[in-house]
Design a protein around this ligand. Sequence first.
Ligand SMILES: [Zn+2]
Length: 113
Amino acid sequence: MSNKRRSGMTDKNLRLQFTMFNKKFFENRLGAWKVEFKKMKGMLGLCVYDNHTIYILDELRKFPDVVCVTLLHEMAHASLPEYESYQHFDDHGPQFHVKIDHLYKMGAYDGLL
Ligand SMILES: [Zn+2]
């Protein structure tokens, strides 16, 4: 296995994936958002409203399918206002669940799950 393959997705790959999903499933409404890999503990992805940035766990670079599923999840958060996206107790609000269901029906997860 080459070094290139072992190191997996680059930040550029991630941004291209984001751009593709944004166009295909979010009507290009997430243009203000940035996306980058980041070393984190205890989470696969994170959506930060304050600086409009989605972070994906650095260790996932080697698993593009997991990156895609995580990215779609965080983009669903980004597409909703924070108060619609999260709920105090179980993390995800009803609007968030509707959004994920919609993505699924649009085929966003085809070949990934
Ligand atoms: Zn979430």
